[in-house]
Design a protein around this ligand. Structure first.
Ligand code: FAD
Length: 467
């Protein structure tokens, strides 16, 4: 039969990857259709990921900050939490952003089709919704179907066992909470709940939290957060759980496992995310999907089928919104006939915890693994006037240089606002800066950002006399 809609470009999934690709394609003049199963645009990131978590983390960081004020002679009454209002604030933030996207789609004449999409063949996609079925005939397609939280099969179905989406709903503040998985998502939610009054345990299978970050950064984080958690159990696994009236009774195994089962009011499972590649009828379009559900692509984001592209979480690690956005732009441009390709020298990572941890480019661990000879310059925030004035001088800024080329190849920051500060290091790595380029750039004083300039000066061998 005839297709209901014909277009130059269909984008499957409206997360950061998908909407960025659709907007770029439309801007380039392609007739573009954006397919999304949920009512709002924005995908995981805007609806149940980056944005709502940061709304709650902002609130938590203000509460944590206020807790230090008695040292300055300032005090308030005791903490009172109106969870309904807090949820309202968070939901309002999400609504503002997803609503903004809908407006931007409309302005660009991107047609949004709501429903679950699946390929019928290499040039047709079927979208099924409560309202019925629609067939879309397309010249080019971009798969941006994202990922979902990994489940632990041995955990019972129980409303007290949640993934990050459930935790972000903030139904109540549990007395005792277990976070399974010491990665960024788990630790961010652990930060929110502990600040709001929960006693939180964290269990991690590997030998340290926040894998992927250099251990010297994490060491500062561990020290600052020692008081925050009841227990951090490393090299330990959750092996079973029983739903009882008293709570979820969890058993552990491993080096730091407690003697017996522990009872929790809320258990957050944050053990990773798995790609949605197997749920979109890719095989009917001839698109190859790996065992785990990833879709392999080349540097132009092309799948094995030349007119079908894939981007974002569904093509692999790191599963981050900013990576998805850049891949989306490349896919749309290549589909339009441009010679773009994805060639990032660095993709930054940020844990928006307290303190924040951010890193970009090569880490020390990566340099060692890859046999890269590197130099390192560290500027401790104990020597930063601004960090001291903020009452938060525990952090440090680190730059890594390739000793052969003298270029900045990476860096890391632990401390308040590290996530906002890391961008300068991202730019330095992309541009192939030498330390002097950064060190001789005048940074505003007194700022935390100055610490990046200071680190570069440390490398150059100059002692700096600014406090
Ligand atoms: P997604 O955002 O997953 O979007 C895919 C979309 O496709 C979804 O809307 C889905 O409904 C739709 N879809 C899938 N299949 C179909 C189908 N068959 N038919 C119709 N629609 C379909 N990243 C950061 O960079 N910074 C952060 O601070 C951060 N915080 C996070 C916090 C949490 C709690 C979580 C869970 C994730 C966080 N992430 C963060 C990761 C980030 O959300 C993802 O990397 C990003 O959303 C990936 O974008 P995407 O476009 O690939 O896919």
């Amino acid at each position: 039969g005839k297709a209901d809609i014909e277009c130059d470009m269909v984008v499957l999934g409206a997360g950061p990857g998908g909407y960025s690709a659709a907007f770029r394609a439309a801007d380039l003049g392609m007739k573009t259709v954006l397919v999304e199963r949920y009512d709002t645009l924005g995908g995981v990131c805007l609806n149940v990921g980056c944005i709502p978590s940061k709304a709650l983390l902002h609130t938590a960081s203000v509460i944590d900050e206020v807790k230090h004020l008695p040292d300055h002679g300032i005090s308030f009454g005791t903490l009172q939490v109106d969870l309904g209002k807090l949820r309202g604030f968070k939901d309002g933030v999400v609504k503002k952003l997803t609503g903004g996207l809908a407006g931007m789609a409309k302005a660009r004449k991107v047609e949004v089709v709501n429903g679950v999409g699946a390929f019928l063949d290499p040039h047709h996609l079927e979208v099924v919704s409560a309202g019925g079925k629609k067939t879309i005939k397309f010249a080019k397609a971009i798969i941006a179907a994202g990922s979902q939280a990994v489940k632990l099969p041995f955990l019972p179905e129980d409303p007290r066992i949640v993934d990050s989406t459930g935790a972000l709903q903030l139904k109540s503040i549990p007395k005792r909470m277990l976070v399974i998985g010491g990665g960024i998502i788990g630790l961010e939610m652990a930060t929110v709940y502990s600040t709001l009054g929960a006693r939180v345990d964290v269990v991690e299978m590997l030998d340290g939290l926040m894998q992927g970050a250099d251990r010297d950064l994490v060491k500062v984080w561990d020290k600052m957060n020692a008081q925050r958690f009841d227990k951090v159990m490393l090299k330990t696994k959750t092996v079973g759980a029983k739903a009882t009236e008293a709570g979820i009774e969890v058993t552990f195994e491993g080096e730091q496992a407690p003697a017996g089962p522990q009872v929790y009011d809320l258990v957050l499972v944050a053990v990773g995310r798995s790609p949605n590649g197997k749920k979109i009828g890719a095989e009917k379009a001839g698109v190859a999907v790996t065992e785990r559900g990833f879709i392999d692509v080349d540097k132009q984001m092309r799948t094995n089928v030349a007119h079908i592209f894939a981007i974002g979480d569904v093509v692999g690690q790191p599963m981050l919104a900013h990576k998805a956005v850049h891949e989306g732009h490349v896919a749309a441009e290549v589909a339009h006939g441009e010679k773009s390709y994805f060639d990032a020298r660095q993709i930054p990572s940020v844990a928006y915890t307290d303190p924040e941890v951010a890193w970009a480019g090569k880490t020390e661990d990566q340099c060692k693994a890859e046999g890269i000879k590197f130099g390192k310059a560290v500027f401790p925030w104990a020597a930063s006037g601004r960090a001291i004035a903020n009452g938060r001088d525990e952090g440090f800024t680190k730059l890594l240089f390739d000793t052969a080329t003298h270029r900045v190849i990476g860096g890391g920051i632990v401390g308040t606002h590290a996530g906002d500060l890391i961008s300068e290091i991202c730019l330095a790595v992309e541009m192939g800066c030498e330390p002097a380029d950064i060190g001789k750039t005048i940074h505003p004083h007194p700022t935390l950002g100055e610490s990046i300039g200071m680190a570069a000066e440390v490398f150059e061998g100059h002692c700096t006399d600014l406090p």
